[in-house]
Design a protein around this ligand. Structure first.
Ligand SMILES: Cc1cc2nc3c(=O)[nH]c(=O)nc-3n(C[C@H](O)[C@H](O)[C@H](O)COP(=O)(O)OP(=O)(O)OC[C@H]3O[C@@H](n4cnc5c(N)ncnc54)[C@H](O)[C@@H]3O)c2cc1C
Length: 486
């Protein structure tokens, strides 16, 4: 006997859409999200006590309606302020999936017939000298501070990175009274071939592009220097960032050796090279991943019904590849319909809805894959930014020099799982979310292998730190967490 037909982790565009669709078609649905309100990253709402209703987001007219509908849907159990900690060892076929969640009262298990992982993405972490100084923040982090708390990072801000979100954040900082000192962006524009490909994918996405273009125009009009072919290579300061080094990039966005950098004074540095899929819950549940660099790195493998390799577990939105809010919504819709179908729904109308959902997904996919190719982060350049003393694994305090010494002293190490056992990178509370790609880049470069060959870290239960007291609330002789090697 299960508590619900479907548990959805994530109340962003993918999770909200899936919840509304699955509940409309008769499933009993519970949605888990760490945030206090629905919206996910892009439609993140201020705390309920600071706003009368959901805020609209430029370029996404459907976003506001979706959040309003989610807040009004009382046929779904919405569990906000609740974190999914992991999946317990799968029960025998037909007995469902046990998801462990934690809220203010401690940990709890929810037994469901299907699980949809719609856990979104996180900013791509990049290690460079000074990246751990207070005042150095990712683009998504700055946006979150502004959206959720109306908090401005600093007064004089330099921004670096190649992702379009950087432009949006620069616009927000400017609107809130901050001074955008400079935007240093590795890529100026896509190649002519990429641009031509994008044209065919435009219909239906003009709002997004118009939004980015008007932000850029406002910045230029305000005299903000936007320097393409540049990158911030270091941040320095006493207790917080006070100045940053900006270097010119060579052909193909490569670092030019022994170049003299320009030093720019700033009390805030925003770093925005894009996103990486949040795959920790899927990893812990035992789902297979596959490497897809333009889509953000390691993504959750799935079939055309969005089923992962673990029975009963589906994926939608950015864990399947970072592709923007339209694609997340389209995947949430298709996943919900396929889950309804798998749990026994068989009407002609359901089949028609599935056909329509597939068509919508093909359309968003075309736009998303073009944008992904245009804004793929220059991974080799980013991996070369850390110097010997740069901390690459913040949880365990491992520097680049230490990681490389271990790699050189142990020629048998050829996977980051093995490297973790030798020098603890990825062993700390973030389980490698912040160091995985930096460490993988170092190992791959030293061994002349590709990043997908050196592999990904496994995730262990609980995927977020939890106290023994919290976990002890789950009493009884029940299944144990899915264990991963390494
Ligand atoms: C910080 C940030 C800011 C962004 N801002 C923009 C923007 O301004 N414009 C734009 O076009 N795109 C933006 N993006 C990209 C954006 O993620 C997508 O466009 C869109 O929000 C993806 O929708 P989604 O439903 O796939 O995931 P998300 O919207 O990311 O929703 C995932 C949800 O899952 C929840 N979650 C994750 N793990 C757990 C867990 N273990 N337990 C409980 N809850 C969990 C999160 O709290 C989140 O609410 C941003 C991404 C990030 C990371």
């Amino acid at each position: 006997m299960t508590d619900h037909d479907l548990a959805i982790v994530g109340a962003g565009p993918a999770g909200m859409t899936a919840a509304l669709t699955a509940s409309r078609l008769g499933l009993s649905v519970v949605v888990i999200d760490e945030q206090q309100r629905p919206g996910g990253q892009i439609f993140r709402q201020p705390p309920a006590n600071r706003s009368a209703g959901p805020k609209a987001v430029r370029g996404y007219p459907w976003g506001h309606r979706l959040v309003v509908a989610a807040e009004a849907a009382d046929n779904v159990e919405w569990r906000y302020g609740t974190t999914a900690l992991g999946v317990l060892r799968p029960a025998p076929p037909g007995e469902g999936i046990e998801l462990v969640v934690r809220d203010d009262d401690g940990a709890d298990r929810i037994s469901v017939r299907s699980l949809l992982i719609a856990s979104g993405a996180m900013d791509l972490p990049v290690a460079f000298p000074g990246w751990t100084l207070p005042g150095v923040v990712t683009a998504g982090g700055v946006q979150t501070m502004l959206k959720a708390q109306d908090l401005l990072l600093a007064r004089d801000v330099v921004l670096t990175g190649g992702h379009p979100l950087l432009l949006v954040v620069a616009g927000l900082i400017h609107e809130k009274g901050g001074r955008v000192v400079e935007l240093a962006m590795p890529r100026s524009q896509g190649s002519l071939r990429e641009m031509t490909r994008a044209l065919g994918a435009l219909p239906g996405h003009l709002g997004i592009l118009a939004n980015a273009a008007s932000t850029a125009a406002r910045l230029v009009a305000s005299g903000t220097p936007i320097r393409s072919g540049s990158i911030v290579t270091a941040a320095r300061g006493d207790g917080r960032v006070e100045e940053v080094d900006v270097a010119r990039l060579g052909p193909g966005n490569t670092l030019v050796p022994d170049q003299t950098c320009r030093t720019v004074a700033a009390d805030g540095l925003v770093v925005g090279y894009g996103f990486q899929p949040s795959t920790d819950l899927a990893r812990q549940a035992g789902c297979e991943l596959r490497w897809d660099s333009p889509a953000g790195g390691w993504v959750v493998a799935h079939d055309d019904e969005l089923r992962t390799t673990v029975p009963g577990v589906y994926v939608a939105g950015e864990p399947s590849g970072v592709a923007g809010a339209d694609q997340s919504r389209a995947e949430g819709q298709l996943a919900a319909l396929c889950i309804v179908h798998a749990l026994g729904g068989t009407t002609v109308e359901l089949d028609r809805e599935i056909v329509r959902a597939r068509r919508a997904l093909r359309h968003t996919n075309r736009f998303a894959s073009t944008v992904q190719r245009m804004f793929e982060p220059p991974r080799q350049t980013l991996a070369a930014l850390a110097d010997a003393d740069t901390t690459v694994c913040r949880c365990e305090g491992v520097t680049r020099e230490r990681a490389e010494t271990v790699i050189d002293d142990n020629p048998f190490i050829s996977s980051i799982g093995a490297l973790k056992l030798e020098c603890r990178t990825g062993m700390g509370p973030c389980q490698g979310r912040y160091c995985e790609l930096t460490v993988a880049g170092l190992l791959a470069q030293r061994r002349d292998m590709s990043i997908d060959e050196v592999g990904a870290f496994n995730a262990q239960f609980p995927i977020r730190p939890a106290t023994v007291g919290e976990l002890s609330r789950m009493a009884g002789d029940r299944p144990s967490p899915v264990a991963q090697d390494g």
